[in-house]
Design a protein around this ligand. Structure first.
Ligand SMILES: [Zn+2]
Length: 190
């Protein structure tokens, strides 16, 4: 197996989307778990971890660079790592490393959000939301999030500015919740 990292293999001819939406939705989910009187540092750390966890499933792109071909197999992009069933696994792992129960739930929901959001973007094969129960790939009938590049001629490469601008528009509500001032943001006091 070829182990050389190939950036061109990573990006060429496949759907590549920005990750603004994943970061924003992860941070917005964390706002829902904030408490009025908790230290600001803990609240910000929860938002940062949730945003990171929400983007983590795309680490499977590194496998593509290592030679894993695109397709419907679990290791291919938007395969097993994008299943909603990783949510409970992430929550359990968070608890095992000492996270509070509610924080574990927050991180689990953030992980689950990734695959669901990806169904809103153009893609060559959809998302394996139910893996390992099913290898079926799902896409939303409405796909407002643009991809940087797809193999279909009708969907040629777009400038990054278009891709990023569309994400900023589609995920404006999540960005607003994440950036809302105050300990609990738009969710009020608790
Ligand atoms: Zn993804």
């Amino acid at each position: 197996m070829e182990c050389t990292i190939r950036a061109d293999r990573l990006l060429s001819g496949k759907a590549v989307v920005a990750t603004i939406g994943h970061i924003a939705v992860g941070a917005a989910i964390a706002r829902g778990f904030a408490e009025s009187h908790e230290p600001r540092g803990r609240r910000l750390r929860r938002m940062l971890i949730a945003a990171m966890v929400a983007t983590l499933p795309d680490a499977d792109l590194a496998l593509r660079a290592l030679g894993v071909p695109s397709g419907d197999q679990p290791l291919a992009h938007r395969g097993g790592s994008h299943s909603v069933l990783i949510g409970p696994g992430v929550a359990v792992m968070a608890w095992l490393v000492g996270a509070r129960p509610q924080d574990g739930v927050c991180y689990g929901l953030s992980a689950m959000s990734h695959g669901l959001l990806d169904t809103l973007s153009q893609s060559e094969r959809g998302v394996a939301l139910a893996w390992p129960l099913s290898r079926r790939r799902f896409t939303s009938p409405y796909q407002p999030v643009l991809a940087r590049a797809l193999p279909e001629p009708a969907l040629q490469r777009r400038p990054w500015a278009h891709v990023i601008m569309r994400e900023l528009i589609v995920f404006a509500p999540a960005i607003a919740i994440a950036a809302w001032p105050g300990p609990r943001g738009p969710f009020g006091s608790r």
